[in-house]
Design a protein around this ligand. Sequence first.
Ligand code: ADP
Ligand code: F6P
Length: 334
Amino acid sequence: MSTKVNKIGVLTSGGDSPGMNAAIRAVVRTGIYYGLEVFGIMRGYSGIIEDDMFQMSSRSVANIIQRGGTILKTARCKEFYNEEGRKKAFANLQKQGIDGLVVIGGDGSFTGAYKLNKEFGIPCIGIPGTIDKDLYGTDFTLGFDTAANTAVAAIDKIRDTADSHDRLFIVEVMGRHAGYIAMHSGIATGAEHILMPEVNTTIDEIIAALSEQEKRRKLVNLVIVAEGYMPDPSNPKIKGANEVARLLEERLKGLEIRVTILGHIQRGGPPSCIDRLIASRMGYHAVESLLEGRHNVMVGILNNNMHYTPLEIAIREKQKMGEDWLEIVKILAS
Ligand code: ADP
Ligand code: F6P
């Protein structure tokens, strides 16, 4: 397949995240600026398989930079996991004459893009779009900043009530496999404990810390739990804030605990300034990459510079949580 691209497709896939619209806008307008035809693909990979694509103009992305969600809609497409589904997808891309693809999503979406390229040669570029921030090769992912700020605003309110009562408040934030929202929002709200899938904190350790705090007459106790945190990793069915509360109540009789699960409010809302900015920058560079023949990479930002990670590495490697952060939580909440 020639590496020159003329007609590109853009899609959003996996969980939506604030900033996806700003990225679509940047891809469409940059593509048109460089003389490309740009097609919007509906509902992630489902739209390719169902041939649900349409030509976009600069006007079709007007007034969306400030909107959460994604105008192209998103989906988790089961058929795309099978080669048969991807064959159908490629046939439709060929029919439409689409010779390059920008995929906005997380590592699952990038795995799909990687396979599509391996099997059929179509050049793909990934833009990291996930509130989880768990992608290797970038300091930013679309939506993380907005989601973390949404969590902070909610936790600040809960802290007011926590401060008025001698109760333990447990707040669950999103992150099935990643604790970045928990860590950032926890530090930013002065939480006493932050529980994440990446760090093995036992219930015994939490209880020990709580009784230490009681001795010091520290009464406000705010615990932030990522939804994927497991008190006992050998028992993966037990996870999240409700389970933490149940286990603590069993052991600490008489302790009043209140649980708040923030849920999908973290995925919606207008993107923050940072999310709009990185979406615009990444969208622009995604198109430049396709034009320059820098294919099958994820466009990221590291130390304020653009950084291009081969899709297979972006999928395989995991971003590591800074070890100093847990120490910071311990010292600052004392
Ligand atoms: P995210 O992109 O946010 O990680 P998912 O893991 O749900 O979200 O992936 C989004 C979509 O990407 C899936 O519904 C599927 O269509 C495609 N995908 C994910 N993993 C694979 C895979 N191993 N092979 C092919 N396609 C995949
Ligand atoms: O990947 C983003 C995310 O919001 C995770 O934090 C969360 O675990 C998951 O998606 C929820 O997915 P769904 O909206 O499909 O329930």
